[in-house]
Structure formats: structure tokens, C-alpha cells
Design a protein around this ligand. Structure first.
Ligand code: SF4
Length: 426
């Protein structure tokens, strides 16, 4: 089936276009906009070619601005499987489908994730790595995170920052301390800072705007925010003040698994918040925990489909790790191999996206960070939280601290490339 791709002038037009086309019964899917079609909006709409004229008429009557509708050439690759790969015929068929640029169904994604055949698992992780090389190349992006507050108004069952955890020593960094930490990061060459916290209303819209403006004027860095759900008008103010990216994890796209982990969250509100971010023009990140109670491979397949359908550009995937003094503290950790399979499948399905090898992988296994990079990941998050506070940002217990030196040494040892902004300091 041939397809056409619609590239809109802004994210809000893309989202409006997707909605009106879907409502009119046209099958649509979202993909990160391939570079050759322009980068005005980071997400593009794909439709069946035979519905192009109908779609054009709808977009024009609904005043959706788009820069073009092009014949969509699927991203084709070769040799994702080793020649001597002794894998199941159906497994090989799915990898061939990916090579031909075709989308996998939910069931097909589940088939890849559920495989326990060691040869298939090995082939899957290697295929994720090959796709990483063919889509985003060998450079490993290095980003620095500042965990500026461990107060949280929520009570997620897996998280050590939950408000009911009274044994945690709480801290808040002042705007000056946060800006200073960003300046230190910039001096080491980093170009993106991640501001991370629990959901802490002490940081009002005004305070966050002050922090964002301060970081922009002092460092010029790109800013990623990861501070949980916020009202749309605040997200808009943060965007205007200089925030570029926003990470808001769904944690599980399956409603039941989500509910079990988030007693005081509403699934639909979370999804709406992620949509708001896209409409406001953020490069949007989301992600999932692997190994939550009640989660099965079909739920993880739902996660991948959710990330694909929402057109997510940054994808964080990591194992569940138990945190002291939480309802889930005695549960076993998530499986590293399943987390790696998720990274590989995310890369194979989502293609041109940023996928970090997460701190949770590094915490679960000494070689977790490395194995993530060898399964499809292309980003490392380095911890720049001042030492005095690091131990208290205990979202899970015994959290590893990924340092810049560790990241640089790892990238070099794998023969991958450091980003140019890091080179001079390495
Ligand atoms: S996961 Fe986020 S929102 Fe939930 S308790 Fe932890 S910090 Fe708060």
C-alpha cells in the first residue's frame, strides 16, 4: 500500500490535522518528520495515498496549514539480521518487514518482545543497534541533569519521592543554585540541561520562568524540563521563557498497569498533558517502566505503539527498581534483558528518535549502560545534581550516578563518537 506524508507548518496544525482526518475516518499515523521532508514540525502525518485528495479537501476546509503532501518513501534498510541467524521463520519475517519500511502490528511487536530464544534475543538487540547506526549514526548525545527538588505532591507506588515517604530527607535548590549548576555544566561543554524534580508546586510558574530565563541568558543551553504534569498555561509560559523539550513519561500505556502504579493519577489527563506539550511546540519525550506489577509483553507492545502513535521524539525506557518505603519496595526488579529488548524494538519501530541508555539500566547492572548503547540507544544522561543532594533524589534505591567521565570513557571504549561540544574537554 502506498502512502503520502503531510508536513504541517507547526505542531498545533499537525495535531489539528491529525484530529480532523481521524474524525473523518482517514487512517492516520504519526512519525518523526524525516529530514528530507523538512523540519518545520518534528512530527508528520502519514495517510494512505488513495485518500490524498480527500485529505487535502478536509485540511483546506478546516484551515490546517501544511507545507506539503509528498509521496512517502518508507525508510528501508538492509541486513538487520546476521546471515547465519538461526532464528524462527516468523521472527525473521518481522525483521524483513522492518527492513522493507513496513509498520508492525501490536501482535507482531509483542512477538518480538516475548521471544525467549537466546538466538532471537541476540539478533533482536543487534538489529536495534544496526538500526541506530543507520538512523541516528554513531554520535552519542550527552545531556546533563539537575535534580533540583525531591518534594512531590503525588504518591506513585513505585517511587521513593512519593509524598507518603516521610523518611526521605527533602531538599529544594534555589533558583540561583540551579542556574549556577547549569553554568558549571556549560563550562564542561554540555549543550542541553535537563531540569528534573518531583511534582513540586513550590516552584510556581513565576519561579520556573525566572530559572529558565536565567539559564538561557547565562548559558544559552537548550533546556529540557521533567517536572511532571503542569497546567497548559504554565507549559506555555515555560516554552516562551526558553524551554525546548519536555519529558513526561506515561510509564505504562496500559490503563490497568498505569492505575496500579499511579493511585492518584488520571490516565487521560496524562495523555492530554503530553498532547498539550506537542501542541505548544515542545520536542516531547515520554517513556515507560519495564517490570511493573501485572505487566506482560502485550502491555509493553502497547507502550511501543503508544510512543509511535503519539509521535514521541525522546524515549526513556528502563527497568522497574524497587524503592525503600514504598508499596512496591519488596517486589523484584524489572528484567534487564526485557529492558534491552524494549530499547531495540523502540529503535526498530520508531527509528529517528533519541533513546537514552538510562540510569536505571546502569543501576540494575554494572554493564547496563553499555548494553543499552549496544541495543539501539544513542543518549547518556549525566548527573549534575550537587553532591549534597544526590543521595536524596532516591526515586529508587541505590541509584547509580553516571558521571561525565564515565560517559566519555564508555563512548570511546565502544568506538562510538562523542558530540563535538564534548570533544575539547574529553
Ligand atoms: S514518579 Fe514523579 S510524580 Fe510520581 S511520586 Fe515520583 S516524582 Fe512524584
Amino acid at each position: 500500500m502506498s502512502e503520502h506524508i503531510i508536513v504541517c507548518s507547526t505542531t498545533s496544525h499537525m495535531l489539528k490535522g491529525e484530529k480532523v482526518l481521524r474524525t473523518a475516518g482517514i487512517p492516520v499515523r504519526l512519525i518523526p518528520t524525516p529530514k528530507k521532508y523538512g523540519r518545520l514540525c518534528t512530527t508528520a502525518i502519514v495517510i494512505p495515498s488513495e485518500m490524498k485528495q480527500e485529505a487535502e479537501a478536509i485540511l483546506s476546509s478546516e484551515k490546517v496549514q501544511y507545507t506539503g503532501i509528498y509521496e512517502f518513501e518508507p525508510f528501508k534498510v538492509e541486513n538487520l539480521l546476521p546471515e547465519d541467524g538461526r532464528v524462527g521463520e516468523d521472527f525473521a519475517g518481522l525483521i524483513k518487514k522492518i527492513e522493507a519500511g513496513q509498520d508492525l502490528s501490536l501482535k507482531e511487536i509483542e512477538r518480538l518482545l516475548a521471544s525467549e530464544n537466546p538466538l532471537e534475543v541476540e539478533a533482536l538487540l543487534a538489529a536495534g543497534d544496526k538500526m541506530r547506526q543507520k538512523t541516528v549514526g554513531d554520535v552519542v548525545d550527552i545531556r546533563g541533569g539537575i535534580e533540583f527538588s525531591n518534594y512531590c505532591r503525588k504518591n506513585c507506588n513505585y517511587c521513593g519521592l512519593r509524598r507518603a515517604n516521610t523518611s526521605l530527607l527533602r531538599y529544594r535548590m534555589t533558583p540561583e543554585e540551579i542556574i549556577k549548576a547549569a553554568v558549571e555544566m556549560r563550562k564542561l561543554g554540555l549543550s542541553t540541561v535537563i531540569l528534573q524534580s518531583g511534582e513540586d508546586p513550590w516552584y510556581t510558574e513565576e519561579k520556573m520562568v525566572e530559572i529558565l530565563r536565567g539559564i538561557k541568558s547565562e548559558t544559552g543551553m537548550r533546556i529540557t524540563m521533567s517536572i511532571g504534569e503542569r497546567p497548559r498555561h504554565e507549559l506555555e509560559a515555560f516554552r516562551k521563557a526558553g524551554a525546548n523539550n519536555y519529558l513526561l513519561r506515561i510509564e505504562s500505556a496500559n490503563r490497568e498497569v498505569f492505575k496500579l502504579a499511579h493511585p492518584d493519577d488520571d490516565y487521560d489527563v496524562r495523555v492530554k498533558n503530553i498532547r498539550d506539550l506537542k501542541e505548544l511546540g515542545y520536542v516531547t519525550g515520554s517513556g515507560c517502566i519495564v517490570g511493573l506489577p501485572g505487566q506482560r509483553p502485550e502491555h509493553l507492545a502497547e507502550d511501543i505503539v503508544f510512543l509511535r502513535d503519539m509521535g514521541i521524539n525522546m524515549v526513556g525506557l528502563g527497568p522497574f527498581l524497587p524503592a525503600r518505603n514504598t508499596p512496591f519496595e519488596n517486589l523484584p526488579p524489572g528484567d534487564l534483558l526485557m529492558s534491552l529488548k524494549m530499547v531495540a524494538v523502540a529503535r526498530l519501530v520508531l527509528k529517528h528518535v533519541f533513546i537514552p541508555s538510562t540510569t536505571a539500566m546502569a543501576t540494575l547492572s554494572p554493564d547496563g549502560l553499555k548494553r543499552g548503547l549496544l541495543s539501539g540507544a544513542n543518549v547518556i544522561m549525566v548527573n549534575f545534581t550537587p553532591t549534597a543532594f544526590r543521595k536524596s533524589y532516591e526515586i529508587y534505591s541505590n541509584k547509580a550516578v553516571v558521571t561525565l567521565q564515565w560517559a566519555v570513557d564508555l563512548v570511546k571504549s565502544l568506538g562510538r563518537k562523542l558530540p563535538p561540544y564534548i570533544k575539547e574537554t574529553a
